[in-house]
Design a protein around this ligand. Structure first.
Ligand code: ADP
Ligand code: MG
Ligand code: MG
Length: 873
């Protein structure tokens, strides 16, 4: 018989895949002899079984759950379902990777109308007993039955108001009985039956709800954002309750062994006296800093500090811990490697190396490559900041500077972000439903909640600036307006937030890019020692290039030349070229473009200081350049000596049914070789001149796009070689140059052995390769991919994360076949995937020479390349 359930005593930290992170760590802490309320874990395999079983928990699993409940009863000396002295439990989810806020916990399970009275008598604390029961009803109804939480909160607020109670702790036992009666009424109204009284039913329903929650829309979004496979499943932990809501020698809290925001050494956390579970996180009352516990309960504080230290040493990493104190006795309820900002991650990794706890290799592997992005985010311009007006100050919950227009709902934030605005999300407090809006925002401002509130934790995870707990704000979420520091801010007004100081400013304050020295430089230095892959950037102007070089780019992997044609001075010239009726006229128009293109290349070569640059020739279909506006058409007509109608006719003639597969890429050069001639002249003249002027050792790399056939490449290549040789002769230069191609059409990958006869390098253009392999376009896929995620056909966006099973095979095949023909063939990738860590690892494994990505992703790629090398030794 399979084993589906493990006592905490039976597990350990290495069993994370089976027991989930929370369960494995509860087991490990039990083995370490720490004060852990005992319990058992229903495995992730049981979750998978539930889904394979048509969402049913099998008899066998149910049987094992109840057997383990018996054992737990023996350990605790109480009976589950007893009416005098009931064993109460919590039901907690816990996947392999922690998914904060995704799946909710149920506390105090096992209470019912009769047991609550026995419980009140037994504890001699009726207020506490009824508080526990009302919490249980609320959590069970919300998590299991999906009755909206605000409906319960409204009842609680209503009773609080009627009794003149400021906090929930001010309510008496009788007040709480009233709350319970109203809760149960609401339950009956919503569900159509009484609140379940049988503890066994309560338990099985809760376990099922945890399994179900693995597939709720929020969890699916989170998994997609964090690369967590859908088939991992979640475990369920059933644990004896301890109570932090028994009075003033009880409490609950969360703490980190180091500051999760900055990485500074020293305990960091918050707690609330006389509170339970998530009260600290939910921002119901404002919590105390953990150091105050030393005054309140010195013995507990001492023991707490000892255990915290022990855990950090044991796990050799910063720990995020949850604890509860029941009448002066301390219990640990959770520990895990704490989430942290990128800044803190670097600080902690470097400190742990200096403390001799980990090696530089481990330090490099500890940093979440994607998170580096946060560090590269801007700070405020010092002068602009001086002129800024502070309207308030609250908790610096997640660092970084942000300025944008205020919106009050996640939907509005998302919508305005999509239409190109910078937005700041302002909320009373955030909840998991807000996740997409938070993602869209430059910054988040909340009225309630501490440093460990939902908003703070999630914002730090995403690297979004966040200021939380600004109680001074007077907000009307309905009317979409708030006031603070004498200013009234409406929806759409600009504010600026400093997540590092907690300051809130009115207006749109200018921001500047971040610095890349210190710990960042140290970790990157180690990464550079360990990686094999080179990292280049995609850039087509000197400013982006300089930025990428500052961030460690070793060259340009993709310079898109068409971007150079869109500037106002130039576009009329390319239009002229397009409208030309003869080759001579086209050549004349192109000659007008030559100086611009050459000057651009010169500027790029100068910034690169000898680093390589792959120049890709004109790629988009020509219709992208022609005017649509009648005024522009008229002007062009005048220029060309044509009538507007004639111009319009030519433009209309360029219309294609499927431009993505139309007259573009190397096909342009096959029909108009003069384009390739002009571009070759520009590259070669620029390279030769910069080499002469600055002494850089330049070897131009010319890349022909959209090749699907060797002869096609040969045709264009002949044009390039002829011109290049011509320029060299004119300039008396012996410059070397390389001609290669993009592999972005499946046929090119399939015939890569032949293509390599003509190409000196390949660059996998995985954006187009993905489009062509999947047969859907990147620009249109957004409209239906959501349905595919929902139906679990695809788990992630293949344009963001390389599809290794399909598109990846083409890359691997292209690389192998290409190298079979030409062993020293240089291989790179230049799609968006070049900056995605899992895709970078793939590139490492299939033996590419370099990845190329957008400038801000260069550090991510450097780190991911090092991790790939270390993890695939
Ligand atoms: P999350 O993963 O969202 O933090 P948890 O399962 O850790 O959810 O639980 C939520 C809260 O309930 C935490 O504050 C935790 O400490 C508390 N809690 C969970 N189980 C117990 C228990 N057996 N006794 C007391 N408090 C508990
Ligand atoms: Mg939670
Ligand atoms: Mg927890």
């Amino acid at each position: 018989m399979a084993k589906w359930v493990y006592l905490f005593k039976e597990g350990n930290a290495d069993m994370r895949n089976l027991l989930g992170g929370k369960g494995a760590n509860l087991a490990e802490m039990t083995n370490l002899g720490l004060p852990i309320p005992q319990g058992f874990t229903v495995t992730t395999e049981a979750c998978t079984d539930y889904y394979n079983n048509g969402k049913q928990i099998s008899e066998e699993i149910q049987g094992q759950i109840f057997d383990h409940m018996k054992t737990l009863e023996e350990i605790q000396g109480k009976k589950f379902g007893d009416t005098e002295d009931p064993l109460l439990v919590s039901v907690r989810s816990g996947a392999r990777a922690s998914m904060p806020g995704m799946m909710d916990t149920i506390l105090n399970l096992g209470l019912n109308d009769v047991a609550v009275e026995g419980f009140a008598k037994k504890t001699g604390n009726p207020r506490f007993a009824y508080d526990s029961y009302r919490r249980f009803i609320q959590m069970f109804s919300d998590v299991v039955m999906e009755i909206a939480k605000p409906k319960f909160e409204a009842i609680l607020d209503e009773v609080k108001e009627a009794k003149g109670a400021k906090f929930d702790t001010d309510l008496t036992a009788d007040d709480l009985k009233e709350v319970i009666a109203k809760y149960k009424e609401l339950y009956k109204k919503e569900i159509g039956s009484e609140f379940p009284q049988e503890p066994k039913d309560q338990l099985m329903e809760s376990v099922k709800a945890v399994f179900r929650s693995w597939d709720n829309p929020r969890a699916i979004v989170y998994r997609r954002m964090n690369d967590i496979p859908g088939d991992w499943g979640t475990a369920v932990n059933v644990q004896a309750m301890v109570f932090g809501n028994m009075g003033n020698t009880s409490g609950t809290g969360v703490a980190f062994t180091r500051n999760p925001s900055t990485g500074a050494k020293g305990i960091y956390g918050e707690y609330l006296i006389n509170a339970q579970g998530e009260d600290v996180v939910a921002g119901i009352r404002t919590p105390q800093p953990i150091t105050k516990l030393e005054e309140d309960l010195p013995e507990c504080y001492k023991q707490f500090m000892e255990i915290a230290h022990k855990l950090e040493t044991h796990y050799r990493d910063m720990q995020d811990m949850e604890f509860t104190i029941q009448e002066g006795k301390l219990y640990f309820l959770q520990t895990r490697n704490g989430k942290r900002t990128a800044q803190a991650a670097l600080q902690i990794a470097c400190d742990l190396v200096d403390e001799g706890m980990i090696t530089p290799e481990e330090a490099v592997c500890r940093i979440d490559a994607k998170s580096l992005d946060q560090l590269l985010h801007p700070t405020f311009d010092k002068d602009a900041l001086k002129a800024g007006k502070v309207i308030g100050e609250a908790l610096p919950a997640s660092p970084g500077a942000a300025a944008g227009k205020v919106y009050f709902t996640a939907e509005d934030a998302k919508a305005h972000h999509e239409s190109g605005e910078r937005v700041i999300l302002v909320r009373l407090e955030t909840s998991p439903e807000d996740i997409e809006g938070m993602h869209a925002a430059e910054g988040i401002l909340t009225v309630r909640g501490g440093m460990t509130s939902h908003a703070a934790v999630v914002a730090r995870g995403m690297g979004t600036a966040c200021v939380s707990g600004c109680g001074a704000i007077n907000i009307d979420e309905e009317a979409k307006v708030f006031s603070l520091g004498g200013e009234t801010i409406h929806e759409g007004d600009y504010i600026s937030l400093d997540g590092s100081t907690g300051k809130i400013y009115v207006g749109d304050i200018k921001t500047v890019p971040a610095s890349v020295s210190g710990n960042f430089g140290r970790i990157m230095g180690w990464a550079d020692q360990f990686r094999r892959l080179k990292v280049r950037t995609n850039a087509d102007n000197p400013a982006d290039t300089a930025n990428a070089v500052r961030l460690g780019a070793e060259g340009i992997g993709l310079c898109r030349t068409e971007h150079m044609f869109f500037e106002p001075e130039r576009i009329p010239k390319i239009r002229k070229m397009i409208l030309s009726k003869t080759q001579e006229a086209r050549e004349a128009a192109l000659m007008e473009l030559l100086p611009f293109q050459k000057a651009d290349f010169k500027a790029m070569y100068e910034v690169l200081e000898g680093r390589p640059m792959t120049v890709r020739y004109l790629d988009p279909p020509l219709h992208e350049f022609v005017p649509t506006d009648p005024e522009d058409i008229a002007e062009l007509a005048k220029d060309m000596g044509m009538t507007p109608a004639e111009v319009k006719a030519v433009c209309d003639g360029l219309h294609e049914f499927n431009p993505m597969m139309g007259h573009r890429g190397c096909r342009l050069c096959v029909t108009y070789p003069e384009i390739a001639k002009m571009q070759t002249r520009a590259v070669m003249e620029a390279a030769i001149e910069v080499k002469a002027e600055k002494g850089y050792d330049i070897v131009p790399e010319i890349m022909i796009p959209l090749v699907g056939e060797k002869k096609e490449l040969k045709y264009v290549k002949d044009v390039v070689v002829e011109t290049a040789e011509q320029v060299k002769k004119e300039k008396g230069s012996d410059m070397e140059y390389h001609i290669g191609t993009m592999i972005e059409i499946p046929r090119a990958a399939l015939t890569a052995d032949e293509v390599a006869e003509e190409a000196e390098f390949f660059s996998f253009g995985t954006n187009d390769l993905t489009q062509m392999t999947f047969g859907f376009s990147r620009d249109d896929a957004g409209k239906f991919l959501d349905a595919y995620y929902k139906a679990k056909i695809y788990e992630s966006d293949p344009f963001a994360k390389l599809d290794q099973t399909g598109v990846g095979q083409l890359v691997e095949m292209g690389a192998k076949k290409g190298r079979a023909t030409r062993p020293n063939l240089k291989l790179g990738i230049c799609g968006e995937h070049g900056g995605d860590p899992s895709s970078v690892e793939f590139c490492h494994k299939v033996g590419l020479d370099y990845v190329s990505c957008s400038p801000f992703r260069v550090p991510i790629a450097r780190l991911a390349a090092a991790q790939a090398a270390l993890n695939n030794k």
